[in-house]
Design a protein around this ligand. Sequence first.
Ligand SMILES: Nc1nc2c(ncn2[C@@H]2O[C@H](COP(=O)(O)OP(=O)(O)OP(=O)(O)O)[C@@H](O)[C@H]2O)c(=O)[nH]1
Ligand SMILES: [Mg+2]
Length: 390
Amino acid sequence: MKLSVISPTLNEAENIPHLVEQLGRALVGIDYEILIVDDDSPDQTWSIADKISLTNPRVRVIRRTQNRGLGMAVIDGFSHAGGDALACIDADLQHDPSILPRMVEELLRGSDVVVGSRYVEGGSAGKWDRVRRLQSWFATKSAQFLLGIDLKDPMSGYFLVWRKDFSEVKDQLDGRGFKILLELLTRIRGSSVKEVPYTFRPRTNGKSKLTGKIVYRYAQQLWRLCSSSRHLPVRFFKYAVVGGTGIFVNLAVMALLLTQTNLHGWRVSALASLAANFQNYLLNNSWTFADRSHKGFRKLEGYFSYLLVSAAGLGVATGLYAGFVRLLAHAPLAQAGSGSRILFTRLGCQLFSVLAGIWTNFALNKVLPWPEFVRLNLAAAKQRSYSTLP
Ligand SMILES: Nc1nc2c(ncn2[C@@H]2O[C@H](COP(=O)(O)OP(=O)(O)OP(=O)(O)O)[C@@H](O)[C@H]2O)c(=O)[nH]1
Ligand SMILES: [Mg+2]
């Protein structure tokens, strides 16, 4: 078996000689090549690597001037590699090359993907400050939760795959993402993944490329992968966003009715909840469930189904608010003070009632043996009959 070690580089001139030397020491007895994939670094990393390749035939250099970016560079490197197995390793020496033979062993033992991991027993993130630790924790948890990846270190840039697996999914990979491992893991489905521990080392030369833009790109990548994987539908988030706007609309309509009309009591609460319910239906119809939205006259049917499913929550919210109004009527303190204080007290009561209504719908969706289309199963839920918010 031949191993290709791909190292993407951007301004890593000082690190390249050390990387090549450390890989050489680690890979004694293994047939390997090293591909330095450089994005035309201003510090001339490519030139340093070129010089090394003159005396070390295992080293090859790809100098890229187009489609720049880490993800693209790794895909390019993998595509040009001649080995049966492809490893990706950062050039800044933060990834410990000495664990590579163990990673190769695991691959040969039957794993489809082997990941150098900071978060399995024996591994460590090294000397990071609290902020960096928190960032990494958040990024890791987001990937695990959103993509359903059961891996301790899905953010790792240090990994090993079979070339045949890479070639199979290559056309589906999107190089715009910073974390190419995530792309691979969501594409090579059903793969067995093994994590090998190592201690992340501090950067001694060169600068980190982890900027705000990269973080933004990472969020974009997660969003894209999450939409295309079926694990946790983006629908859920859209539904939650719509629910959130529904609460806002509910309180805004309530405030409007209380200040601009003579209406008061439970009717105001019911009208505000109905308005929110209506906007929720419209938004869910046109956005959350855009792929199966009701058109024309079917919207009416859809809306009434939606209303029906929300009925219990609407009833609880309105009933509770009515109870609050009665209580307030007998509480002299609540009647005292400025108009705005009374308004905010009422809005507070409405918020509490609405939340109780949401909980009611949620609980009912969960416990009642209703048909599939009413249950809280987002993947299968039919748009017209799914509701949480009164
Ligand atoms: N070819 C190429 N390589 C890149 C690019 N951006 C970063 N790299 C390389 O990718 C590797 C990882 O980049 P780093 O800046 O170390 O990012 P990181 O390891 O996630 O962040 P730190 O922990 O702060 O170092 C390094 O070898 C970089 O030189 C790029 O746009 N093109
Ligand atoms: Mg780094």
